[in-house]
Write a protein that binds this ligand. Structure first.
Ligand code: LAN
Length: 757
């Protein structure tokens, strides 16, 4: 059983070879990265041959493969999707130029259809954050995982492509200004994959890093990684005591109350902190001690730099309370009261929680920070050969993505369910679900959602503090298995829409739909709103304990208009078709949720968005919530103010273009590069949902969407679309298809006689 699983992916191939002791044979000729300080480091190649990369989809598990063998290349041709991801020409014919918005949707679908994967969903790069690839590569390095030359080469290419054009450093995310966090970690990655310290780009990046104060000025997470590498002393890392997990549940700040991401990250972080675990020394690690610091490494007063941080990295300065707690933990708790027995007990419980995460996700883990960190913790616990370590290594490949610029790490193991749900809805909004041209595509998409529905709650749900999830959908895939309020909702809506369309089969029976509803109904907060993974388990005051410095709003769940709206619309659609199932609860839920939406409106009329940029995104959702209970421009002052807000931001060319600075500051900012198709689509959808009566401004936006569409039906990538924790941006490349198509389709149905261009 174990063996079969381990054999199942590309990484599996590597691991199996590793077990057989054949790794060297496979990788050494190819110049894989060498971790043994006694051996010579290989030369990196300029680039790989892009015609040899393939993305394999196995039930929504995505892994990239580089085919070195010509026979394999022939037997496994590149798909359109592969070529598209890699930026290779698709050679698709020009389509008839659209006259009407509906033609534009059809051209868009013609293109998008070709990108559908065999398993019925869509793939995409899900990059943006610049600290994720380091998590994967550093975890591999310290666990002595061979990194094949083609990965190393494309990692180098990606990081060089994404270095700041002027100062050569890296930011928190791809569009951000250079920070110590981004530069320390990505510089380290480059060195570990074999780039020389004398490389001109490294010299430049190092100079920038030193100007910013060097690694002593890095934020907590970077210091933690450097301590794990042995490039910094553990004394520079603010405390991450695992014994917090021993606190009784009633304690107001007990970790089970934190936001799921922070509590999952805290587990391996605290385990390794507690053990002060460090990787085996190598030449390159020794050299990094000289390269990353301005100070003479041997003379650094490590503990004096626990709180040193460059202002650019200090988005959320630590509270006075946290500083006091940290200092007590360092000076009193650890040296005087923390017995070994207590540390052992805490480590054991934290490890047990990691093991439960292993079981519940088949070692895929929640996301790209906790996953790699868990790998290191499991390696530190049981050495290189345990099943948990091997399976983690194998699954870590699912975080990776290859694109024209090189190889990066995605924010999660993909966007499968989420993008598929929106693709179905775009077709629905255009009234094309019964069109035979899209039947196969839609049927495959439905089959995918059928396959990906989560059928059971996690084992020991209470013990590991997980939310009910039965009947739900995750953002990415079932393996990851974390239901999210809006992911469940969007997937459920799409399933209902298709299953209620004549000619589509009922793959998901009523009971499974009810399971989804039962889970959704657990998501409402006392004030009527919805959060993401769980209802909040503590208040925003918990940010006083936010130690990460680089992110805001990370410690607990908050209330989100986006998530709330998704649940409202899913419940409303469900209620229409099943008017008797938990009817009173459903109605009450919707009424309270919409009432909450009104309270969250800002004085300027917009709503603050937490997962897309920013007011435009959330205002679209909020207006949809209002319209679901009949509140539109004509009937509701809230809808009216929302429309006015959007219209006040329309640009002379008819588009919208909010900049990510809005997420950081809470004020609307214009993007310097001008109108963006995704943002324009969001604003138009919001206006149309609110039934804004004047079609002229809407028509101008629609015209912009049509003008930006390429002759083959696609739209090109523009500025970054998504965000998390206020400060970090993340790409949603499929939004440039799904939202413009939705907006165009809605327009076509509302104004069937308009030609626009
Ligand atoms: C995501 C991606 C999807 C997103 C939506 C469904 C769009 C949203 O409506 C709810 C929240 C959710 C599920 C979400 C939460 C935070 C994630 C997982 C991410 C933005 C993708 C990456 C991010 C994760 C926290 C990255 C790792 C970084 C840490 C700070 C731990």
């Amino acid at each position: 059983m174990v063996r079969r699983k381990i054999n199942s992916t590309a990484a599996g191939e590597a691991e199996t070879l590793l077990e057989k002791g054949a790794t060297r044979k496979r990788f050494s000729n190819a110049g894989d990265v060498d971790h043994d300080s006694k051996r010579q480091r290989p030369e990196l190649k300029e680039r790989t041959d892009y015609s040899r990369w393939r993305m394999r989809d196995d039930h929504g598990r995505h892994t990239w493969h580089y085919l070195e063998d010509d026979g394999q290349v022939k037997n496994w041709p590149q798909s359109y999707a592969d070529k598209y991801y890699l930026g290779l020409p698709l050679d698709l014919p020009e389509l008839t130029k659209p006259k009407e918005p509906l033609d534009a949707v059809q051209n868009g679908l013609e293109f998008f259809k070709k990108l559908q994967l065999q398993g019925g969903h869509w793939g995409c790069e899900y990059g943006g954050p610049m600290f994720l690839l380091p998590c994967v590569v550093l975890a591999w390095y310290v666990t002595k995982t061979p990194i094949p030359w083609y990965y190393a080469t494309e990692i180098k290419n990606y990081l060089f492509a994404r270095a700041h054009p002027e100062d050569g450093g890296w930011g928190l995310h791809i569009e951000g200004e250079t920070s110590v966090f981004g530069t320390v970690l990505n510089y380290t990655v480059l060195r570990l994959v074999g780039v020389d310290a004398d490389h001109p780009k490294m010299v430049k990046a190092r100079a920038t890093l030193h100007q910013l104060g060097g690694a002593t000025h890095a934020p907590h997470w970077a210091k933690w990684w450097l301590a794990v590498l042995g490039v910094a002393n553990w004394d520079i890392v603010n405390p991450v005591p695992p014994e917090l997990w021993l606190l009784p549940d009633w304690v107001p700040f007990a970790p089970w109350r934190w936001w799921i991401h922070i509590r999952q990250v805290y587990l391996p972080m605290s385990y390794l902190w507690s053990r002060r675990w460090q990787a085996e020394e190598t030449d390159v690690l020794r050299s990094l001690r000289k390269e990353l610091f301005v100070e003479d490494w041997n003379k650094i007063n490590w503990s004096a730099h626990r709180n040193t941080i460059h202002p650019r990295d200090n988005y959320h300065p630590k509270s006075w309370l946290l500083n006091v707690i940290n200092s007590l933990l360092v000076n009193v708790w650890r040296p005087i009261f923390r017995t070994q027995a207590l540390a052992d007990k805490a480590e054991a419980w934290v490890m047990r929680l990691i093991e439960m995460e292993n079981e519940n996700t088949d070692h895929a883990d929640l996301a790209t920070v906790s996953g790699p960190m868990n790998l290191v913790a499991l390696y530190a616990r049981g050495g290189p050969d345990s099943y948990a370590v091997l399976r983690h290594k194998e699954r870590s490949h699912e975080f990776l993505w290859v694109k024209d610029e090189g190889l990066l790490a995605n924010g999660t193991n993909g966007v499968q369910c989420w993008d598929t749900a929106f693709a179905i809805q775009a077709v629905m909004d255009a009234g094309l679900t019964e069109d035979p041209r899209y039947r196969t595509m839609l049927l495959k998409a439905l089959e995918f959602l059928d396959d990906q529905q989560i059928r059971e709650n996690v084992k020991d749900q209470k013990k590991c503090y997980r939310q009910t999830r039965k009947g739900g959908w995750a953002f990415s895939n079932k393996d990851q298995g974390y239901a999210v309020s809006d992911c469940v909702s969007e997937a459920l809506k799409s399933v209902i829409i298709l299953q209620k369309t004549p000619g589509f089969p009922t793959l998901i029976d009523d009971q499974r739909i009810f399971d989804a509803i039962d889970t959704l109904l657990t998501y409402q907060n006392p004030n009527g709103s919805c959060s993401s993974y769980e209802p909040p388990r503590a208040g925003p005051w918990m940010e006083m304990l936010n130690a990460a410095e680089v992110f805001g709003r990370i410690m607990v769940e908050y209330e989100y208009p986006e998530c709330t709206t998704a649940v409202v619309t899913a419940l409303s659609l469900f209620h229409k078709h099943w008017p008797h199932y938990r009817a009173a609860e459903v109605e009450r839920f919707v009424a309270r949720a919409v009432a909450w939406i009104k309270t969250a409106q800002r004085p300027h009329g917009g709503w603050y968005g937490s997962w897309g940029i920013c007011f435009t995104y959330a205002t679209m959702f909020a207006l949809e919530s209002l319209s679901s209970t009949g509140e539109t421009y004509a009937t509701s002052s809230h809808a009216k103010r929302g429309c006015k807000f959007l219209l006040s931001k329309q640009r002379p060319d008819g588009g919208w273009s909010e900049h990510y600075k809005a997420c950081e500051t809470g004020e609307y900012y214009e993007h310097p590069t001008g109108s963006q198709v995704v943002m324009t689509a969001w604003a138009l959808i919001g206006l149309m949902k609110a039934k804004y009566p004047d079609k002229e401004p809407i028509k101008r936006g629609i015209r912009l969407l049509m003008e930006r569409q390429q002759p083959n039906g696609e739209w090109l990538q523009e500025a970054i679309e998504g965000v998390f924790n206020k400060s970090c941006m993340i790409s949603y490349p499929n939004y440039k298809f799904t939202f413009p198509m939705k907006a165009l389709g809605m327009f076509a149905r509302r104004y069937p006689d308009e030609t626009v261009v």
